[in-house]
Write a protein that binds this ligand. Structure first.
Ligand code: ZN
Ligand code: ZN
Length: 411
């Protein structure tokens, strides 16, 4: 949930002008012809590091998995987090470096597209498997991993006189190799499992230009007030609720409201939460039948703030009612969803853990408990702008505007 994004060099598909993208960008906005396109690729994005060799040299591209996100775990009964940004080689070639280090950050990457010549070795395993060995995999350790990026990056090499060279630096990689070095490694083609789609950003209902920051997973129509997200190559309408505000809000931030089940932990009613967290409230018959929801921001914020907000919102259980007048929503005042529901569900275990009153006894059980999402809703909460901060209109949660995505448009 921090910066350090890789940069991708691309050409506007409409006018050919050079466009620089951040790896988390989902919208390509051409500054020259004003074309706006939504980028989509099934199974994550794939990049190459460009080489500087002559055209006729045979280039082999070696795959590296890359994962970026925040890992949450407990130490001394306290929730902790660690930022993860790791890449690892995805083929068992002993002479190549285990990681690309910071090279992708120092260079402009390109999308892997069909016209790029070269021989591409197929990656082994998956990104998560290669970054987390079984004994450290979140699934086996009861940690929560909220992923931001999962991608594959190809780095170029070439063989000369049976020796392998880095095609960017011309540095020799190891001792002379068998000329048939790559014979036993399965190859892949740049489009074998899907290509990048460039999709329109017009409202399917009314044709209006949809709004959304460049890393937006949702697009909002300022004309008919519908919210959309891409599912493969189709825009799908997303149901959402807007909370009323005591005063005119400056913007709305999205939150996931989730109904959760976890074996060994009753989480059905608010009274269950009172017992679980030993809250200073009486579990009245009404609270025994008041459904309990877990809350999470649907946008990226710092892990420390994230831990505080998921706890505070879940304890306070904001009442959700329909907004009386969707027409009054400022057209650019809805912050786009940048944290998908699947990732928000990943943080629920940590939230239950930090709420537990008897951590010493129960954290261990929780680590082995399967968390199941039963139902969800996307809810926009009103925020008031004050100096550099946004303050929740009803709950006093505060976030620095700069801590939100830079693409955040205020009306
Ligand atoms: Zn253009
Ligand atoms: Zn519309």
């Amino acid at each position: 949930m921090t910066d350090g994004n890789w940069q991708i060099d691309y050409q506007c598909p409409q006018c050919g002008a050079p466009v620089m993208l951040d790896e988390t960008d989902r919208i390509l906005a051409c500054p020259y012809c004003r074309t706006r396109l939504y980028l989509f690729r099934q199974n994550g994005f794939r990049y190459i590091i460009p080489h500087n060799q002559e055209r006729n040299r045979e280039i082999y591209y070696l795959p590296y998995w890359r994962v970026k996100g925040s890992l949450f775990f407990f130490r001394d009964l306290q929730p902790q987090f660690r930022f993860i940004d790791i890449n690892r080689k995805a083929v068992g070639l002993p002479m190549i470096p285990p990681s690309l280090g910071v090279r992708p950050q120092a260079m402009k990457l390109r999308f892997l597209t069909p016209e790029i010549p070269g021989i591409f070795l197929a990656p082994e395993g998956s990104a998560m498997e290669s970054i987390f060995p079984p004994e450290h995999h979140p699934v086996n350790t009861g940690c929560d991993f909220i992923g931001e990026v999962s991608s594959l990056i190809y780095t170029p090499v070439y063989l000369e006189k049976s020796t392998l060279y880095d095609a960017v630096t011309n540095r020799r990689l190891g001792n002379p190799a068998d000329p048939g070095l790559f014979r036993d490694f399965p190859r892949t083609s740049p489009i074998s499992d899907g290509k990048i789609l460039f999709l329109p950003t017009l409202c399917p209902h009314c044709g209006w230009d949809l709004a959304g920051g460049k890393d937006a997973l949702t697009l909002h129509c300022g004309n008919c007030h519908r919210l959309w997200r891409y599912r493969r190559d189709r825009l799908e309408e997303l149901d959402f609720t807007i909370l009323p505000s005591p005063s005119q809000p400056d913007s709305y931030l999205p939150f996931w409201k989730m109904k959760i089940a976890a074996k060994d932990f009753p989480l059905e009613s608010y009274a269950d939460l009172i017992r679980l967290a030993n809250l200073p409230r009486v579990a009245t018959p009404v609270l025994e039948t008041t459904p309990l929801y877990f809350w999470s921001p649907a946008f990226k914020i710092s892990p420390a703030l994230y831990l505080r907000w998921i706890r505070q919102m879940t304890v306070s259980q904001p009442a959700v009612e329909r907004h009386a007048n969707p027409e009054s929503i400022p057209s650019r005042g809805l912050h786009p969803v940048t944290l998908p529901l699947e990732e928000a569900v990943e943080g629920v275990r940590t939230n239950i853990g930090q709420l537990l009153s008897d951590k010493r006894r129960l954290l261990h059980t929780l680590a082995k408990t399967k968390i199941v999402l039963l139902d969800s809703d996307l809810v926009y909460h009103p925020f008031i702008r004050k100096n550099s901060e946004l303050i929740h209109a009803g709950m006093g949660l505060t976030v620095d505007r700069n801590a939100l995505s830079l693409a955040f448009h205020l009306s």
